[in-house]
Design a protein around this ligand. Structure first.
Ligand code: NAP
Ligand code: MG
Length: 406
């Protein structure tokens, strides 16, 4: 019997809902527990347990992540009206756990596709993943809007606690008009910048940032300035040491360059730009089931998860006894990412190597043509792809993993 790989500090483990909860248990049983002496602090973020604890379990899990530094999270249900009917025992329409955790960690979410040779992105030049970092506070998402009918003038006024005022005229109009006031805070922009530089260093990737500062000289100009300050004053030496580049360019120039690039960098974007571009990048790379998501705090605290949800439709088929072909890749990569990070922080080379071996075993399985149904339709013509159940896929990965580390 081989000796299991040891851990020192536990991971924060956040369990979740529906099909992904089923996959979660299978991944642990087949790919982790046989090889690693797994240490986790377990928090059950399944909807019913969130309900029983008045959602305190979500807050506890986020605080544990702050304390221990690394977390791995399963997809969870965000209840809506329909879920309130499905689960009559719910005492409240609980908020999105991801929103709660992000607010406590003050984090930025980085979304990246898992790239495979037989899944060609729509953009032929992209050979490496493009990671999108979206600023998740303010701008249009916390704006106030106004529609007016008559001629007149709008002004924008800020009143300080000191009583001092700053005011300017927005526009004088001769007829009906629409108005919008947006804001952001220096603290949030700075936290965003720090998370981006930190994650670029962690993943050894160049960082691109783009806004429209030629037109929005003060607003977008402030974003540009804060990023530059953080780079010059904090992160430049580490970027230089690792041979990484920080690159600022206008959003329109960035779009053109991204399309012609090979990929392999982080693209940081303001809230709206990130909303739009992350959907474009995800679609162009192929499949939602292959998108990973990493939440990073300014201090480097990291939470790993899949970008997709709980795959409800598959879960109902599973409940009827069907063996589904749900893709576990993004959830496996959440675990491998967390184990690699834990290994790096604790100086456990074996644990880091195990995370990498787990990912390689997945790639070997897929490259051998063994995959879940969602990927079969996306494979290049002529690639001998065969659809298997989630369980069969995990068994195939486990066999390859055992050959590497067993
Ligand atoms: P979803 O769970 O991502 O699933 C949407 C569809 O995408 C599925 O029905 C399936 O298509 C396909 N899909 C997604 N992941 C897949 C995978 N791993 N393997 C194969 N196919 C996959 O999104 P949703 O149905 O909108 O949301 C379901 C629940 O998840 C909701 O309660 C929502 O609140 C929650 N959610 C949670 C998170 C999170 O925790 N981070 C994120 C998003 C949504 P087919 O059915 O056509 O096969
Ligand atoms: Mg969007």
């Amino acid at each position: 019997m081989m000796e299991k790989i040891q851990m020192t500090t536990p991971l924060v483990e956040m369990d979740g809902d529906e099909m992904t909860r089923v996959l979660w248990a299978m991944i642990k049983e087949k790919l982790l527990l046989p090889f690693v002496d797994l240490k986790t602090e377990y928090y059950d973020l399944g909807l019913l347990h969130r309900n029983e604890t008045g959602d305190q379990v979500t807050i506890d899990a986020a605080n544990a992540t702050k304390r221990l530094g690394v977390a791995v999270k399963c997809a969870t249900i965000t209840p809506n009206k329909q879920r309130m009917e499905e689960y009559p025992q719910l005492t409240e329409m609980w908020k999105s756990p991801n929103g709660t955790i992000r607010a406590i960690l003050d984090g930025t979410a980085f979304r990246a596709p898992i790239v495979l040779p037989f899944l060609k992105p729509v953009v032929k030049t992209w050979t490496a993943p493009i990671t999108i970092a979206r600023h998740a506070y303010g701008d249009m998402y916390k704006a106030v809007d106004l529609r007016t009918e008559e001629p007149g003038t709008a002004t924008l006024t800020f009143r300080g606690e000191s009583g001092a005022e700053k005011s300017l005229s927005v526009q004088t109009v001769k007829s009906g008009a629409v108005w919008q006031a947006q804001h952001n805070t220096e603290a949030s922009i700075r936290a965003f910048a720090k998370s981006c530089f930190q994650y670029a260093i962690d993943t050894r990737q160049d960082l691109w940032f783009s806004t429209k500062d030629t037109i929005s000289k003060v607003y977008d100009g402030t974003f540009k300035e804060i990023f530059e300050e953080e780079y010059e004053q904090v992160y430049k030496p580490e970027f230089d040491r690792l041979g990484l580049t920080y690159f600022y360019t206008l959003i329109d120039d960035a779009v053109a360059r991204v399309i012609r690039s090979k990929g392999g960098f982080i693209w940081a974007l303001k809230n709206y730009d990130g909303d739009v571009m992350s959907d474009m990048i995800a679609t162009a790379f192929g499949s939602l089931a292959m998108m990973t998501s990493v939440l990073v705090s300014p201090d480097g605290t990291t939470e790993f998860e899949a970008s997709h949800g709980t795959v409800t439709r598959h879960y109902y088929r599973y409940l009827k006894g069907e063996k589904t072909s749900t893709n576990p890749m993004a959830t496996i990569f959440a675990w491998s990412g967390a184990l690699k990070k834990r290994g790096q922080l604790d100086g456990l080379a074996d644990l880091t190597a195990f995370g990498a071996a787990l990912e390689q075993a997945c790639f070997d399985t897929l490259n051998a043509g063994i995959m879940t149904g969602d990927l079969v339709g996306l494979a290049e013509p002529g690639f001998p792809a065969r659809s298997v159940t989630s369980e069969e896929f995990l068994d195939a990965v486990a066999a390859r993993l055992a050959a590497k580390v067993g």
